[in-house]
Ligand binder design. Structure first.
Ligand SMILES: Nc1ncnc2c1ncn2[C@@H]1O[C@H](COP(=O)(O)OP(=O)(O)OP(=O)(O)O)[C@@H](O)[C@H]1O
Length: 298
């Protein structure tokens, strides 16, 4: 295995014509940990990963593996495991797909059987992929990523479509990769989907970084709090400051470190601020996440 190296995103911007898909994004993904790359649909996750893997060119900034862009890696398939652009031919078998891939990468054919066993599809390896369930395809995608025994994994929505048994399996699998010192980046649009698999989170919305840190730091923030919003956010923030209330601004409003909405309502009243929302944020990571990213709506 090549050593786990950090993934470094620095000031990354990607524009598609008038659309800014990724907007001055910076974060680091550390080896030895599973990192969830989270954001609602259209937040810019796939675009970030495509730039990282050299599939599209950045408008500004860099996305590298410890400072080296994907195209400059001496042995890319043995450094980074990904199935981002993998397409499967329905008429061919899993074994055939992996053999072609291994041969193209100059890897020993024996590796094919090993990875088929690692992902638990060896017994179906000689069936056509067209008949595979979504879960089996996900496992085949993982087999692709494993073939070069890389130190870094970049996985786009790998849990999507797995049945409960598959989800349990992939959690253990990702954790085991990280415990071996590898860097594991897993994208998802649902925090609840990856919550039990990840050590760290990077949350983006509208191409911008909303939060990065450990999952436990996010959990700490998920204590019961109050959501408040106003058509005049500036005035509302002044009223909250005036009342000595601490808060974070999310797209769905301000998240105030106060469990009693009455206290927050009073602060707004005293500041003469019109409110468009005032309610208690239920304790829970997913709600906290949705408030940060704006209710998941794009
Ligand atoms: N090739 C492209 N041309 C034009 N716009 C694009 C292109 N690729 C992505 N976009 C736009 O960039 C934004 C971010 O898309 P992206 O696919 O990166 O988001 P995402 O977080 O991966 O969402 P999803 O989970 O739905 O894939 C969206 O507004 C999308 O429409």
């Amino acid at each position: 295995m090549a050593g786990g190296i950090p993934i470094m995103i620095e000031g990354l911007t990607k524009q598609f014509g008038p659309v800014t898909a990724v907007d001055d994004l910076s974060f680091t993904v550390e080896p030895g940990r599973v990192t969830g790359f989270l954001g609602p649909n259209g937040a810019g996750k796939t675009t970030t990963l495509r730039v990282l893997l050299g599939l599209v060119r950045a408008t500004a900034g860099t996305a590298t593996f410890g400072g080296t862009p994907y195209h400059d890696l001496p042995r890319p398939l043995e450094t980074v495991g990904t199935a981002l652009e993998a397409t499967f031919h329905p008429g061919r078998t899993a074994r055939h797909h992996l053999k072609v891939y291994a041969t193209a990468a100059g890897l020993p054919a024996a590796r094919v059987q090993q990875v088929l066993e690692m992902v638990g599809i060896a017994e179906f390896a000689d069936r056509r992929v067209g008949g595979y369930s979504l879960g089996m395809r996900q496992r085949l995608s993982l087999a692709y990523t494993l073939i070069g025994d890389p130190g870094v994994f970049v996985l786009d929505e790998p849990i999507n479509g797995l049945d409960p048994e598959g989800i349990k399996w992939i959690r253990g699998f990702l954790q085991a990769l990280a415990r071996e010192g590898r860097t594991v980046l897993v994208s998802s649009h649902l925090l609840s989907e990856v919550q039990q698999s990840v050590d760290d989170v990077v949350i983006i919305s509208k191409g911008r970084l909303i939060k990065s840190g450990t999952l436990s730091s996010l959990e700490l923030e998920a204590a019961p709090r109050t959501i408040v919003d106003s058509p005049d956010r500036e005035k509302l923030s002044e009223a909250l400051d005036e009342a000595g209330l601490a808060y974070t601004e999310g797209r769905g409003g301000f998240i105030v470190d106060e469990h009693d909405p009455g206290v927050v309502g009073r602060a707004a009243f005293l500041g003469g601020v019109e409110l468009s929302a005032l309610h208690r944020l239920k304790s829970g990571l997913e709600e906290s996440f949705l408030t940060l990213v704006g209710g998941g709506e794009e």
